[in-house]
Design a protein around this ligand. Structure first.
Ligand code: THU
Length: 131
């Protein structure tokens, strides 16, 4: 992926982070997932007074895309204040649709780490195990 596209994806995740609804944890997360044909869907974490009902930014972005008919993804960018890594549930959802996807993890200072779903979720369980 060209650097300019990576920067643009991270910028979209950063804008989504600003829309996070995180009054309980105070931990704001933004995500932007890039489809195979170049469309971007963003997500932020959305918390709830009933704590377990909250949803992570990555899954909001991916579920938005899937619900609009997009299932092939090439990359996702995640922005937090400290470069926190995606949680296990989000890794599993990423694996469902895009086990080869590139994951960019950025912090608010602009540091970016590049990894993949396969690296984040080794020895995974997936659709093939149910065949
Ligand atoms: N969170 C995410 O949005 N993505 C992750 O991968 C890790 C955690 C959110 C959930 C909750 O709203 C807050 O961060 C603190 O856990």
């Amino acid at each position: 992926m060209p650097d300019i596209e990576v920067e643009a994806l991270i910028e979209q995740a950063r804008q989504a982070q600003a829309r996070a609804y995180a009054p309980y944890s105070g931990y704001r997360v933004g995500a932007a997932v890039l489809t195979a044909d170049g469309k971007v869907f963003t997500g932020c974490n959305v918390e709830n007074a009933v704590y377990p009902l909250g949803l992570c930014a990555e899954r909001v972005a991916i579920f938005k895309a899937v619900s609009e008919g997009y299932r092939d993804f090439q990359a996702i960018a995640v922005v937090t204040r400290n470069g926190g890594s995606p949680c296990g549930s989000c890794r599993q959802v990423m694996h469902e649709f895009a086990p080869e996807m590139i994951v960019f993890i950025a912090d608010e200072a602009g540091e970016v780490r590049r990894t993949t779903v396969a690296e984040l979720l080794p020895d995974s369980f997936g659709a093939a195990d149910l065949e």
